[in-house]
Design a protein around this ligand. Structure first.
Ligand code: AMP
Length: 420
C-alpha cells in the first residue's frame, strides 16, 4: 500500500516531465497566438455544480465522481472536467459584464473513478479552452482550428476530426420524440444502459458502442436530420469557415458527446493508432449551460483534450521530443578547501543564470569525472588543492575533448560568454 500510488494515478518522473513541459509550452504558445488567457480554478467544487453543469444523467456524474462530505458536511466533488468551473467563475466574477467574448484556457488534473486501462486513468490531465459570450459560428470554427493547429504543431499526423450538430432547445425536443418513437418498438433489445437512456436521454443511444444498439439505431432519425433553420445555417457556416482554412473533417451523425449541455456544434478528434481509447480530444457548443447554473443567458463553446493521450499518440507516432536541458557546468573538486571554493563557485555560476553542479557524494576525482560524463555536462572544471594554491582551474570542453588551465578569477565571465 505505502509503496504504490492509488490505482489509476501516475507519477510523472524526471525524464518524463520534460515531455509535459514541451506540451505545456506549446499550449501557452498556441493560446497566446489565438488570444486565449489562462484561468485557474479550484480542483474541487460543490457537487451540485457538476450535477447541474455536466448533467445528472451522464456517466461522469452518475458513476465516476469523487464525491465526499467535508468537515462542514458540504458535499464536495473533485472536478471531473473543466468547463463547469470556468462557467461558475465567469458568473461569480460577473465577467459577462465585460466586453465579450471571454476566451480562456486551463490545464490541470481531472478526477474520474473510471475503469482503469491504458489511456484511462482516475487522475488525468486536460488542457481545455472556453470561448464565452458569442454565438458566432466563427468562434466554433476558431476553437476547432486551434485544436487542430495544436496537434499539428506537436507533429501529430493521421488525425480524424469528427463534427456534428446536435441542434438546440427548439429543435432537440422534436428529434427526441421522433427518436423515441423509432426506438420504442425495439426497446427490449437495447443494452441495459440504453434502456434506461430511452426515457431520460435517448440521444445518447446513438453513440452507444454496443453492436446490437448500433444496429437497432441504424436507420434512426439523427439530430442533423431535424435541425431548425437557425441550427442548420449555423452548422453550414462552421463548415465554410473550416473549409476556408483547409481543416478537413468527417461528418459523424452519431457524435452526440456524453454531456447534457451541448448544443449545435459537437466535435471529437480521433487518433487512429492509439488503440481503444482513440479520442484525443473533443468539445462543443453549450449555449444553455451558463443560464443553467445561474448566469444570464450566454452562449459558449469549448473543448478539452487529454494530455496523457496526446503523449501516447506522440510516442506511437515516434515523434521527437526536444532535448532536455543539460547540465552546463560540472565542478569536480578534491580536498576540503577546494570543495569549499567549488561550493562558492557553483553559486556564482548560478547567480549568472548558468546551470552548474558539483559533487555531493564525496566521490573520488575519477568517479566525479565519470559522473560529469553521465550528466552530459558541456564543461567540466577540475579544482584540486594544487590548482587552488596557484589560483587556476582546469576547464575541460567535453565536446571538443580539450582542456586548458585558466585563472580562477574571471572563470565565471569566461563560461558565461561561451553560453550563447
Ligand atoms: P471528455 O471530458 O470526456 O470529453 O474528455 C476529453 C478528453 O479527455 C478525452 O478526449 C481524453 O483525451 C481525455 N480523457 C477523458 N477521460 C479520461 C481518463 N479517464 N483518462 C485519461 N484521459 C481521459
Amino acid at each position: 500500500m505505502l509503496t504504490a500510488g492509488p490505482k489509476g494515478t501516475n507519477d510523472i518522473m524526471p525524464g518524463e516531465i520534460e515531455k509535459w513541459h514541451y506540451i505545456e509550452e506549446t499550449v501557452r504558445d498556441i493560446c497566446r497566438e489565438y488570444g486565449y488567457r489562462e484561468i485557474r480554478t479550484p480542483v474541487f467544487e460543490h457537487t451540485e455544480l457538476f450535477q447541474r453543469g455536466v448533467g445528472d444523467t451522464t456517466d461522469v456524474v452518475e458513476k465516476e465522481m469523487y464525491t465526499f462530505r467535508d468537515k462542514g458536511k458540504r458535499s464536495i466533488s473533485l472536478r471531473p472536467e473543466g468547463t463547469a468551473s470556468v462557467v461558475r467563475a465567469f458568473v461569480e466574477h460577473k465577467t459577462y459584464a465585460q466586453p465579450q467574448p471571454t476566451k480562456v484556457w486551463y490545464m490541470g488534473p481531472m478526477f474520474r473513478y473510471a475503469n482503469v486501462q491504458a489511456g484511462r486513468y482516475r487522475q488525468f490531465h486536460q488542457f481545455g479552452v472556453e470561448a464565452l459570450g458569442s454565438k458566432d459560428p466563427a468562434v466554433d470554427a476558431e476553437v476547432i482550428t486551434m485544436a487542430m493547429d495544436f496537434y499539428g504543431r506537436l507533429g501529430l499526423r493521421d488525425l480524424e476530426l469528427h463534427i456534428n450538430s446536435v441542434g438546440c432547445s427548439l429543435c432537440r425536443p422534436g428529434h427526441r420524440e421522433k427518436l423515441f418513437e423509432y426506438l420504442k418498438p425495439n426497446a427490449k433489445q437495447l443494452c441495459n444502459l440504453c434502456q434506461s437512456r430511452l426515457e431520460r436521454n435517448p440521444m445518447r443511444i446513438l453513440d452507444c458502442k454496443e453492436e446490437n444498439c448500433r444496429e437497432i439505431s441504424e436507420g434512426a432519425p439523427m439530430t442533423a436530420d431535424c435541425l431548425c433553420d437557425d441550427c442548420a445555417g449555423h452548422f453550414e457556416k462552421v463548415k465554410k469557415y473550416l473549409d476556408e482554412v483547409g481543416v478537413s473533417y468527417v461528418i459523424n451523425t452519431r457524435l452526440v458527446r456524453g454531456l447534457d449541455y451541448y448544443t449545435n456544434t459537437a466535435f471529437e478528434i480521433m487518433a487512429s493508432d492509439i488503440g481503444a481509447q482513440s479520442s484525443i480530444g473533443g468539445g462543443g457548443r453549450y449555449d444553455g449551460l451558463i443560464e443553467e447554473i445561474g448566469g444570464p443567458p450566454t452562449p459558449g463553446i469549448g473543448y478539452a483534450l487529454g494530455i496523457e493521450r496526446i503523449i501516447a499518440a506522440m510516442e506511437r507516432q515516434g515523434l521527437e521530443w526536444p532535448a532536455g536541458r543539460k547540465i552546463y557546468i560540472f565542478i569536480a573538486a578534491l580536498g576540503d578547501e577546494a570543495r569549499e571554493a567549488a561550493f562558492k563557485l557553483v553559486r556564482d555560476f548560478r547567480r549568472e543564470g548558468l546551470t552548474a553542479e558539483m559533487d555531493l557524494m564525496g566521490r573520488s576525482l575519477k568517479a566525479q569525472m565519470k559522473f560529469a560524463n553521465r550528466l552530459d555536462s558541456a564543461y567540466t572544471l577540475i579544482l584540486g588543492e594544487e590548482e587552488l594554491g596557484k589560483g587556476i582551474i582546469t576547464v575541460r570542453d567535453m565536446a571538443a575533448g580539450e582542456q586548458q588551465e585558466l585563472p580562477l578569477t574571471g572563470i565565471v565571465d569566461y563560461l558565461k560568454n561561451k553560453n550563447t
